[in-house]
Design a protein around this ligand. Structure first.
Ligand SMILES: *[C@@H]1O[C@H](CO)[C@@H](O)[C@H](O)[C@H]1NC(C)=O
Ligand SMILES: *[C@@H]1O[C@H](CO)[C@@H](O)[C@H](O)[C@H]1NC(C)=O
Ligand SMILES: *[C@@H]1O[C@H](CO)[C@@H](O)[C@H](O)[C@H]1NC(C)=O
Length: 382
């Protein structure tokens, strides 16, 4: 009897070992094996709105910042769309928040290089970029920056630059072809796109958006807002084949009517349910109205909510693989940032004036509004 028991134990151990050694059938695509066979446009991608604009020690906790953590940490945590604003300056094409005096997050090509390194290290992930083309860069201008960063080796090129794409490849198709980078630009003239830069997709040819300028939780709707030709014509926007993008972030109106990302209500805004203006109910409302889920949802402070919970629920992902949660957040009293620091935009302007420059009134208003939330003493070192 004892012998049999030992044998049974041995057999159990052997089959347990075999189960462990059995090779995994499939690796995860965007954090889940279940997503590999799904079309790019049949899943929901979490987007970090204004991804490079940070509210951390590096910006003296600027109230213009949209996130507590940089783009690399966003991607590590499961964000798969990054948006940014591209501005022309005498230093080249920069990422700036509204104005380069207010917040300058450095060269576009450097940021693209950061994303490329992440993609080098994460070969089973599809990443989307959405660039706001604030100073009308041509496709050629942008392509120069993409080429400089090296990221073009991952670029996906659509079959047509001028018509919405009805059938998008699956994540596995994109991963196998190593064309894992989707790049949308708002906006580009599709007729300026040529064979050397056809990976640059005019956003509103391929995507429609809900309104982005919301200041109250009651403002969120699923109504098409852009492209302007489809404003208010939601059913037509859906049937055009454009992918829906849901903007789900709030602005807080400050001094002089200037708007900044609303941090005070963020745990409600990014919540999966229950709270006023929560992201989960808003996404379900859009899924009902469009008869398909949002393909992209843009949020501020992506780690709050947590926003990824709503996206996992829409995608049916219950057991995500390979995410790294963000580290501890910078605090006002640590490192370069302190409660005595002025926002970067105002520091920049003060230094410009010290150097004899004469910034325009608009720049002062922006920076002053930014400053109006900062309490405590002043420290004008940048
Ligand atoms: C992103 O943030 C982390 C944590 O602060 C830091 O270690 C890393 O160097 C940053 N990456 C880039 C590219 O700035
Ligand atoms: C947003 O909601 C506020 C408060 O209800 C309202 O005053 C404002 O007009 C709304 N804005 C839009 C664009 O609907
Ligand atoms: C948003 O935050 C402000 C400031 O804390 C608060 O007065 C307001 O009631 C909040 N709104 C909602 C809908 O939670």
């Amino acid at each position: 009897m004892q012998c049999l028991a030992v044998l049974a134990t041995l057999l159990a151990l052997t089959s347990a070992a075999a189960a462990v050694l059995e090779p995994r059938q499939t690796t995860a695509c965007n954090n889940s094996p279940d997503l590999c066979s799904r079309s790019y446009s049949a899943i929901t991608h979490l987007g970090a709105h204004n991804s490079p604009f940070l509210r951390d020690a590096s910006t003296s906790f600027s109230t213009s910042g949209n996130h507590y953590f940089n783009s690399t940490i966003q991607l590590d945590a499961g964000v798969r769309m990054l948006t940014a604003q591209v501005h022309r300056s005498d230093r080249g094409w920069l990422l700036c928040h509204t104005s380069c005096d207010l917040m300058d997050a450095g060269l576009l090509s450097d940021w693209l290089g950061e994303v490329k390194i992440w993609m080098d290290n994460n070969p089973s992930d599809v990443v989307s970029l959405l660039l706001v083309n604030s100073d009308n860069a041509t496709p050629g201008d942008l392509a120069t920056e993409f080429t400089r960063s090296g990221i073009t080796e991952y670029s996906y090129t659509p079959p047509s630059s001028t018509a919405p794409q009805i059938t998008w490849p699956t994540l596995q198709d994109l991963i196998s072809a190593n064309t894992r980078l989707m790049t949308f630009v708002a906006s580009l003239n599709p007729s300026q796109v040529d064979s050397t830069n056809a990976y640059l997709m005019d956003e509103f040819t391929f995507i429609f958006e809900t309104a982005f300028d919301n200041t109250d939780p009651s403002n969120f709707t699923c109504t098409a807002d852009r492209p302007s030709s489809l404003r208010g014509r939601t059913a037509e926007a859906v049937s055009s084949g454009r992918m829906p993008l849901q903007n789900h972030f709030l602005y807080d109106t400050q001094l002089f009517g200037i708007e900044a990302p609303d941090e005070a209500n963020i745990t409600s805004t990014n919540a999966p349910a229950d709270r006023p203006g929560n992201m989960g109910d808003a996404a379900e409302a859009c899924r009902r109205e469009w008869a398909k889920p949002p393909v992209f949802i843009l949020v501020d402070f992506f780690d709050q909510g947590p926003a990824i919970a709503t996206v996992d629920r829409l995608n049916g992902v219950t057991n995500p693989i390979g995410r790294t949660p963000p580290p501890a957040r910078d605090t006002m009293t640590s490192g370069a940032g302190s409660s005595r620091a002025l926002p970067l935009g105002l520091v920049t302007l003060v230094n410009q004036v010290k150097n004899g420059a004469n910034p325009n009134l608009g720049e002062w208003i922006w920076a002053a509004a930014d400053w109006s939330k900062t309490l405590g003493g002043w420290d004008t070192s940048p």
